[in-house]
Design a protein around this ligand. Structure first.
Ligand SMILES: [Zn+2]
Length: 202
């Protein structure tokens, strides 16, 4: 599943981690969906209408989401490590993913702000989850790291002004973003995954 980002952007979904019905092992099925549709219509699962998000609100939404994850990660570590089904990420694994999404999107945002129409380096979320041993990380540490990554990204978006919102960047699968559409695209991922673990719609 190398280079799955060609067809799998960073947003895992319930489908992305629930596609192995009948599988006897704990293999996570790579996301094969292009989640840029979240900019076109509301998400029927988490309820977010990302296309309607006010760009200046994204920084605050990132911080609020991070607070939600802090509450999740304060729970029982054994429960946090438990996968609801073998092929679905545990709450801890989702939290690790969101932390890394915040980090990745800060890198991509800065690329767009500093370079002309950059091409984003690939990121395979499923390979990362395995390579970084998400399921073995310490929830208390992840909580701190997620909060830090969220604050860095929120502050980066707060620093965006004027014509910077129209700067562009490209994913290797051909998806093209402006900083503005990127902000709306980004915010769906952590909100959707908080819904995945709490069941609370946006
Ligand atoms: Zn959603």
């Amino acid at each position: 599943m190398t280079n799955s980002e060609h067809t799998s952007p960073e947003s895992t979904s319930p489908e992305s981690t629930a596609g192995a019905a009948g599988s006897a092992d704990d293999a996570i099925v790579p996301d094969t969906k292009d989640w840029t549709w979240v900019l076109e219509r509301p998400c029927a699962d988490c309820g977010l209408d990302a296309g309607a998000v006010v760009r200046e609100d994204v920084a605050g939404m990132i911080r609020a989401n991070a607070a939600g994850w802090a509450a999740v990660l304060a729970g029982d570590p054994e429960e946090l490590r438990r996968r609801p089904r073998p092929e679905i990420w545990s709450d801890l694994e989702y939290a690790c993913h969101v932390r890394d999404v915040f980090r990745l999107f800060d890198v991509r945002l800065n690329l767009m702000l500093e370079q002309v129409d950059p091409l984003f380096p690939n990121w395979d979320q499923d390979e990362t989850a395995v390579a970084e041993r998400y399921g073995e990380q310490r929830p208390a540490v992840v909580a701190v790291e997620l909060a830090e990554a969220a604050e860095v990204l929120a502050a980066a978006f707060e620093g965006v002004a004027g014509a910077q919102w129209a700067r562009t960047g490209n994913r290797s699968d051909g998806a093209r973003f402006t900083v503005e559409s990127f902000s709306r695209y980004l915010i769906h991922d952590p909100l959707h995954h908080l819904y995945d673990v709490t069941g609370e719609r946006v």
